[in-house]
Design a protein around this ligand. Structure first.
Ligand SMILES: *Cc1c(COP(=O)(O)O)cnc(C)c1O
Length: 254
């Protein structure tokens, strides 16, 4: 019988993280990294990868689902964890997680629960600027106003996903829509756009903006305040000096 062993190079992951960070920070010195560790860190072991990234002071980790975040917290991971695609409510508070909001209903539920608990919940809002994925698509400006007026939410981040990052023109169209959303937040902060509730704390409305997955790193105007590399972190992408971090070995048993 043959056994397959996947060997993971954690130093390689650290190397790739630092490579990505220096690449983006050369273009935008304040750009942070939200390292995507969903799907067991693309099969590399989420806990071990998260530990390695935490030791590099990663800005945040990104997982797809709530349960993935729980595994990391139980393993002692303290970093900020952003949950990309989940409607979990209670557990967010219990484990100090940051949800991504993709519709108004979800925002309402979270706002109510945060209010009930007497805490401010940081959230990221996802807008759909391409096609077909999860995210706020219709009336983005109205939706922003509504969420901004909700109690006990702090809009910590605003994001979109590049649906065809290999297509330059398409990507620029998406970025244009995203820029308009960013501008709208700016105008709220400048009081050019008035919210109904004036008691609103402006500090709660100073989000970071983030767009790029691995492929999106190729566009200088897609870097914003943070980037969300997944695949490239594990060594697969267009940057020089990346280290592929998984090697599969087979042991011959006689
Ligand atoms: C998976 C994922 C990423 C990372 O994508 P890669 O192409 O692997 O870099 C970034 N953002 C979101 C929302 C994702 O779901």
């Amino acid at each position: 019988m043959r056994e397959l062993i996947a060997q993971i190079d954690l130093n390689g992951i650290v190397n790739n993280f630092l490579t990505i960070k220096s690449f983006v920070q050369k273009r935008n010195p304040t750009c942070q990294i939200i390292a995507i560790v969903k799907a067991d860190a693309y099969g590399h072991g989420a806990v071990e990868v998260a530990r390695a990234l935490e030791s590099c002071n990663v800005y945040a980790l990104g997982v797809a689902f709530f349960e993935e975040a729980v595994v990391l917290r139980h393993a002692g991971i303290k970093s900020k964890i952003i949950v990309l695609f989940d409607r979990e409510v209670d557990g967010l508070f219990k484990y100090s997680l940051v949800p991504v909001i993709f519709d108004l209903k979800q925002a309402e539920v979270l706002s109510k629960e945060a209010y009930r608990r007497g805490v401010i919940l940081p959230v990221h809002i996802k807008f759909e600027t391409g096609m077909g994925r999860l995210g706020i698509y219709d009336n983005p400006f109205e939706t922003i106003k509504k969420i901004a007026e909700m109690k006990n939410l702090k809009i910590e981040g605003v994001m979109t996903h590049l649906s065809k990052a290999e297509d330059k023109e398409w990507t620029q169209e998406q970025l244009k829509k995203f820029e308009a959303i960013k501008k709208f937040f700016h105008e709220i902060r400048l009081n050019k756009i008035r919210l109904n509730k004036t008691r609103l704390n402006k500090i709660r409305l100073n989000p970071i903006f983030h767009v790029s997955n691995s492929q999106g790193l190729a566009y200088d105007n897609a870097l914003f305040d943070a980037v969300r590399p997944g695949l490239i972190l594990y060594g697969y992408g267009f940057l020089d000096n990346l280290v592929p971090c998984m090697s599969v070995k087979t042991r011959l048993l006689d």
